[in-house]
Structures are given as C-alpha cells and as structure tokens.
Design a protein around this ligand. Structure first.
Ligand SMILES: Nc1ncnc2c1ncn2[C@@H]1O[C@H](COP(=O)(O)OP(=O)(O)OP(=O)(O)O)[C@@H](O)[C@H]1O
Ligand SMILES: [Mg+2]
Length: 386
C-alpha cells in the first residue's frame, strides 16, 4: 500500500525505490562523510530518514534540520534538540557530562525536555560545547551517522553575518577530520549543490573538500511508470494504464514529488481523464494553477541570497528561456546580461549558480546550448512569471 503524500519526508511503506542511491551512500560512508545534494523536493530528506530507519549493521543515526538556524549556537540547539528525541543517545551523553564544565553549565541534561541553562554561554562558547558533544558521541558504543539537513540554507543564513561562515566551516571541518571523530562518526550534509560555488565565492572551498558528493537523481523512467501504477492502484485513482507514460511525458523529469502532486490533484478533481488531451488540459488548467505557486516559490526565494540586480537578470534569462521554443545559447544570455549590466563582469558566476542550482542544464544534444531542467518549472514560469 503506497499512500499519496505531498508533504514532507516519506517513510515506511510510503517510501518508494531509491535502493541504488542508498547502496551507493552506504558504500561511500565506509570511508567518507558526504554532501548529499539535489534540487529542492527531489527526496533528499526521505532518503536520509530511510538510512536512519533501516541502518546498516549496528549503526545508530539521527537527523537535525538547520533550515531555521541562523547562527552556530542555534545549530547546537537544533543538534541537541534532536539528540533529546533519541533516548539511547541522550542517556549516554547525560552519563558522560561529568567534568565537562561547558556542557554541564549550558544544558540541563537531567531534564525531561531540552532546557538551556545559559543561552549567553552557548552563544559565546559554541565551539567548545559542540566539541564536547561530538567527543562524547565519538566514543559511543555504536558507529554513528549524523545527518545535517538543509546545511546549504544554514550557510546562507550564516553568510548574512560576514565572518560566520568562515569560523563555522573551519571549525566543523576540523571537528569532522579529527581522528577520534573519523573513527566513529560519519556526517551527511544535505542541501543544494550550489553550496559548492557558494563557498568558492567565499574562498572557503577547502572547508568542504573532504566530503564526497552524491547527487540524488530523479527516478528512472521505468521506476516512475511502476510508481504511477502503484499509486493509482493503492489510491483508487481511475487512470487508464495506457495514460501512465503520458503522465511522465507531461511532467518531464520523473521527480517523485511531481508525480505525487499530479496524481493527488487528479484524485481530488474526482474526474477520470477519458482521452489524452484531457490530461494535457488538466495539467495546464488544474495542476499548474496558482495552488502550485508554493512548490516553486523556493526557486524564487533562492534569489534572495544574491544581489537584487543579479536576481533581476536571472529572472529575465529564465523568462527568455521559457518563451523560447528551443534551447538558448550562452551568447543569447550574454546579450540580456550586457543590456542590463553594461559589461559581462560577473556573468560566468551567475551562469554557474543557475546551473548548479539546476534552474537549467546544458542541452544533452551536445549543441552547447541550455534548457530548463524541469519541464514543470518551465511551464509554470511561462504561465505565471513570463
Ligand atoms: N522515495 C520516495 N517515494 C515516494 N515519494 C517520494 C520519495 N521521495 C520523495 N517523494 C515525494 O517528494 C516529496 C518531498 O520529499 P523530501 O521532503 O524527502 O524531499 P527533499 O529533497 O528533502 O525536499 P526539500 O528540499 O524541500 O527539503 C515527498 O513528500 C513525496 O511526495
Ligand atoms: Mg528536505
């Protein structure tokens, strides 16, 4: 039974496929910590949760989400908050805090719920406190996996405060690479792949170069077809099996979230498409309706982290690309940039960012031109933004 889900993490029987990626992750975790990346909504957190729910050997894992964390002490709050949710790990740390003055003074380890005794202390001495926690975890009787979700958003948040990414990323690298940590702990940090050009802009590339990068792809087409069939069967969606391939054709890249959202909207509409053109109409009129704005809002929110003029140019390029019926050349994008900016200084960086964030990709035909990565995003942009 595969339930429709378009909210957050999917787990248990609702989680579909991904065996290959999971195998790849376990294999690389033998030796390295990982950067696990993909565009938003591709299913990163669900895969990470799967690793924790079905661990390998005697490994124990937990995940912390940094989306709302603005500085290193909030990172630690989030980490400790999630340690609190895991009875076994929390109990172990509470037993080991004796003599660790920083940990004893900041956090009430005997309390039922997380209680910070001294927030100012935590803000000031986050480095030592974080080290004490990780040092204890590094002698935990089981090997440990710590997933730090939405790491790239956290780094963007830190970057609001000029020196902080530098301090934090250097500290975190040192901690990850200490022999004691490496023996027992692996980290998976998740986020957008654009974290790499982002840290490069900050001259901090070396702080992540110990991480092995794994990118989560969309589903393979034949997996996606099976996924559609099972979702329809399990959720009483009356869609002629002859239309399953058509759904994929309409959606484009088989990202599980778009398949889930499409079938959910179809079910909610209560009408079964009779002919193929019904599906097309449904896609344009119902699926890409304003209700869907939220799904793509993050693509625009991402622009908050670049300069306003840069964001304006990025939007113009996307609009140009969405309206063009064929892939667009670098020269055409340069023309738009030149018109607005007067010179090409900074163009390559912007192109790099848009490519890394998978707004668009190089066209696979080998023409050296570019096209939207996600057809749904292109169609949405064309309909609502262009
Ligand atoms: N393996 C899967 N099986 C079934 N549905 C999935 C799977 N992976 C992702 N989905 C669908 O995609 C949605 C988003 O998944 P998830 O939250 O794991 O993605 P994410 O990449 O972490 O997203 P975000 O970047 O917004 O945090 C799920 O609610 C579900 O609809
Ligand atoms: Mg997520």
């Amino acid at each position: 039974m595969l339930r429709l889900a378009t909210g957050n993490i999917v787990s248990g029987d609702d989680f579909y496929d991904r065996e290959k990626t999971i195998e790849q992750i376990w294999s690389h975790l033998e030796t390295d910590s990982l950067l696990f990346s993909a565009p938003r909504r591709f299913g990163k957190s669900s895969v990470a949760q799967r690793l924790i729910d079905y661990p390998k050997d005697d490994l124990i894992g937990f995940m912390t989400n940094l989306e709302g964390s603005k500085n290193p002490s909030e990172f630690l709050r989030s980490l400790v908050g999630d340690i609190w949710k895991n009875e076994e790990i929390k109990k172990y740390i509470s037993m080991k805090t004796k003599g660790m003055h920083h940990l004893e003074n900041t956090i009430d380890w005997a309390a039922d719920r997380l209680r910070i005794k001294d927030a100012e202390f935590l803000r000031r001495d986050w480095k030592i406190i974080g080290e004490e926690i990780i040092n204890i975890l590094s002698v935990f009787p089981k090997r440990m996996l710590i997933v730090i979700d939405e790491f790239s958003i956290f780094i963007e948040n830190l970057a609001q405060n000029k020196e902080e990414p530098n301090h934090f990323l250097n500290w975190f690298r040192g901690l990850r690479l200490s022999p004691q940590t490496r023996k027992n702990i692996r980290f998976i940090i998740t986020g957008s792949i654009s974290i790499l050009p982002r840290v490069q802009r900050l001259d901090l590339s070396y702080t992540l170069n110990d991480l092995y990068t794994i990118e989560l792809p969309p589903f393979e087409p034949e997996v996606a077809i099976r996924f559609i069939k099972e979702l329809c069967d399990s959720n009483q969606i009356s869609l002629d099996p002859l239309f399953h391939a058509k759904v994929l054709e309409i959606i484009g890249e088989p990202v599980p979230y778009f398949i889930q959202a499409f079938l959910t909207t179809l079910k909610d509409s209560g009408k079964a498409p009779i002919i193929k053109s019904d599906l097309e109409n449904f896609y344009w009129e119902k699926f890409l309706s304003p209700n869907f704005d939220l799904t793509f809002k993050h693509f625009e929110e991402r622009f908050r982290y670049i300069e306003k003029w840069e964001a304006d140019i990025a939007r113009s390029i996307l609009t140009f690309m969405a309206k063009a019926n064929e892939p667009v050349s670098r020269g055409q994008m340069e023309t738009i940039y030149l018109e607005k900016q007067g010179s090409l200084e900074g163009f390559s960086e912007l192109l790099d960012l848009l490519l890394h964030d998978r707004y668009f990709v190089e066209d696979p035909s080998g023409s050296g031109k570019y096209r939207f990565y996600l057809k749904v995003f292109r169609d949405w942009w064309k309909g609502r933004r262009a």
